[in-house]
Write a protein that binds this ligand. Structure first.
Ligand code: SAH
Length: 195
C-alpha cells in the first residue's frame, strides 16, 4: 500500500487542483512582478502556467505526472493558450536545456523530503541564471488542518536558500484548495539568485 503516487491522485481531482490560478500568483502578475519567460515546476494541470501565458509570458509547465501533463495540454488546447507542457523532473532540470527569467512553484517545494531540497536548489540553477527569480507558494507551519502536505517555516525556507540567493520577500499568503473555502495558511517566497 503506502502513499498514492501523484499519477494515482490525478485519476481523481486532488484538493489542490482548483480549476483556476492561485490568487498569490494572480496578485504577483497584476503587480507586474513576474518577469519574462516562466517555468512552472510541478505545474499539475496547468492553471498557473495557462494564466501567465495568457498574460504574454512565454511559459513552460513541467510535472512528473503524465496524467497531469495530459490534462494541462488538453486545457491549453481548449482555451487556445500558448502555454507549453512537458513531463519532467524538477529535481533534474538540466535536460530541459533552457533558461528562464522566472520560475514559479505552487505547492511543489512542500512535497519534497528534506534531502531533496538541496537537490532541487541545485537543479534550479540549471534553468535560472543569476538575477532570475523563483517564486514559491507553500503550506505554512501555522496551518492547523491535519490533512494536506508538509508544513514549512520561514526558517526552513531561509536555510534552504542561504547560499547564493536573496530573500526578496517572505510573506503570509493563502493556498487555495478544495477542502476549505479560504484555503490554507501559506508562505509566498520571492528568491532572487545572486550567484
Ligand atoms: N502546481 C500545481 C500542482 C501542485 S501539487 C497546482 O498548483 O495545482 C505538486 C505537483 O508536483 C504534483 O502535480 C506532482 O505531480 C508534482 N511533482 C512532485 N514531484 C515532482 C518532481 N520531482 N518533478 C516535477 N513535478 C513533481
Amino acid at each position: 500500500m503506502g502513499m498514492p503516487t501523484f499519477d494515482e491522485m490525478y485519476l481523481g481531482q486532488p484538493a489542490w487542483d482548483v480549476d483556476r490560478p492561485q490568487e498569490a500568483f494572480v496578485a504577483l502578475a497584476q503587480a507586474g512582478r513576474i518577469d519574462g519567460s516562466v517555468l512552472d515546476v510541478g505545474c499539475g494541470t496547468g492553471e498557473n502556467a495557462i494564466f501567465l501565458a495568457q498574460r504574454g509570458h512565454r511559459t513552460l509547465g513541467i510535472d512528473l505526472s503524465r496524467v497531469a501533463i495530459d490534462r494541462a495540454r488538453a486545457k491549453a488546447r481548449a482555451r487556445r493558450s500558448p502555454a507549453e507542457f512537458a513531463v519532467g523532473d524538477a529535481l533534474d532540470l538540466t535536460p530541459l536545456g533552457r533558461a528562464f527569467d522566472t520560475v514559479i512553484d505552487s505547492g511543489l517545494f512542500h512535497a519534497f523530503e528534506d534531502d531533496e531540497r538541496p537537490t532541487f536548489v541545485h537543479s534550479l540553477r540549471a534553468v535560472l541564471p543569476v538575477g532570475g527569480r523563483y517564486f514559491m507558494l507553500c503550506f505554512s507551519h501555522e496551518e492547523t488542518d491535519e490533512q494536506g502536505p508538509r508544513r514549512i517555516s520561514p526558517l526552513e525556507i531561509r536555510a534552504t536558500f542561504a547560499d547564493g540567493w536573496r530573500v526578496e520577500e517572505l510573506a503570509a499568503a493563502r493556498f487555495i484548495h478544495r477542502r476549505h473555502v479560504d484555503g490554507a495558511r501559506a508562505w509566498l517566497a520571492a528568491l532572487v539568485r545572486t550567484s
